[in-house]
Design a binder for this molecule. Structure first.
Ligand SMILES: CC(C)(COP(=O)(O)OP(=O)(O)OC[C@H]1O[C@@H](n2cnc3c(N)ncnc32)[C@H](O)[C@@H]1OP(=O)(O)O)[C@@H](O)C(=O)NCCC(=O)NCCS
Length: 303
């Protein structure tokens, strides 16, 4: 059987091999956020243009673009001082995956990060790539999300006082955050706080935990949630949940089980994905009994 009659007549072939094209690394800050939004949509990620705008203010990075400015990949990093950064938004467009683009983007990130220790949360798709680049596994992150239940389970009385900090009290959350994060990230927290609702927990007048909620993707993220124990974390999370009943909410947590994970499930937030916290260089996580710890993360890319 030969080619169909129409093709026979026109001499057309059924397929064509296009010339491969070259991608160049461009500063992500100069790229149209709508093109970045299209990239995240193409891999099923929830980021909207406003989320990209925030990330570009918070960090640095590159976009892989072709000769007419179309975006085929991204990689970002978020410096915290001169010796540490988190990495995120490492994406290549599905049509161009498994052709070396991801590795090339990460090599550019290494160049830009200049020997900093690094941490990131790896999806299953990227885990092998990061292992081969010298990252090691530290923990699992459970991405809980869903439409929040109308009935938030009752909690035992809070040990301390919950309140919304005034502008002059914002600085009081910084020591707790630095202890939980292992280094200062004041700039990022200041940016996050611009569009976040914040809650602090005080005991004896001293701030012992805090939490934030902000718009993100399809709905809202509750995080960071920093606390010295699960009971405090539950209250610092429930405060935001009460304001978001029936809405789409996401909480990324390293609590695989126990009261915090159970509470999220009871509130209707089930596990959508499990990713792996990895580091290169100095170990990133350092959980210590009765010391501040993140029960909810600031976000996938922000660790
Ligand atoms: C993860 C991702 C960025 C990798 O990008 P990529 O362009 O495919 O990466 P590369 O082509 O450089 O491949 C990197 C390594 O992964 C391997 N790899 C890539 N795709 C693979 C696949 N589907 N199955 C098995 N291995 C695969 C490659 O063989 C390569 O290893 P090698 O260099 O030893 O041969 C890309 O798959 C992606 O954007 N996924 C969706 C978003 C995401 O999960 N991002 C990661 C955020 S942490």
């Amino acid at each position: 059987m030969g080619p169909p009659a129409r093709e026979r007549m026109s001499g057309m072939q059924e397929s064509v091999r296009l010339k491969s094209f070259e991608l160049v690394a461009r500063d992500i800050a100069g790229v149209d956020v709508h093109l970045l939004h299209a990239l995240t949509l193409s891999v099923g990620w929830p980021h909207r243009t406003k989320d990209w705008q925030f990330l570009i203010r918070a960090g640095q990075g590159i976009a892989a673009v072709d000769g007419i400015g179309r975006v085929f990949g991204t990689a970002m990093w978020f410096p915290h001082g001169d010796d540490f950064a988190t990495v995120g938004l490492v994406i290549t467009s599905p049509r161009n995956q498994a052709q070396g683009g991801g590795r090339w983007l990460m090599d550019r990130v290494f160049e830009q990060c200049g020997g900093r220790d690094l941490a990131l949360n790896a999806t299953r798709a990227a885990h092998g790539l990061y292992l081969s680049l010298g990252f090691v596994d530290e923990a699992s992150v459970h991405m809980h999300q869903g439409k929040l239940a109308r009935d938030i389970p009752a909690l035992p009385p809070v040990n301390g006082e919950l309140s919304t900090p005034g502008a002059d009290e914002f600085a009081e959350i910084l020591p707790i955050d630095s202890q939980a994060f292992g280094r200062s990230r004041e700039r990022l927290l200041t940016l996050l706080s611009e569009n976040a609702s914040i809650c602090v927990l005080r005991r004896g007048g001293k701030v012992v935990g805090y939490s934030m909620r902000r718009d993100f993707g399809r709905g809202h993220v509750i995080g960071p949630v920093a606390a010295v124990n699960a009971e405090d974390a539950l209250h610092l999370t429930a405060v935001h949940m009460k304001a978001l009943r029936g809405r789409f909410v996401r909480v990324d947590t390293r609590e695989a089980d126990g009261p915090y994970a159970t509470f999220l499930e009871q509130c209707g937030l089930s596990i959508a994905e499990v990713v792996t916290t990895m580091s290169k260089g100095r170990r990133f996580l350092n959980r210590q009994a009765d010391q501040p710890w993140f029960y909810g993360l600031a976000g996938h890319a922000l660790s």
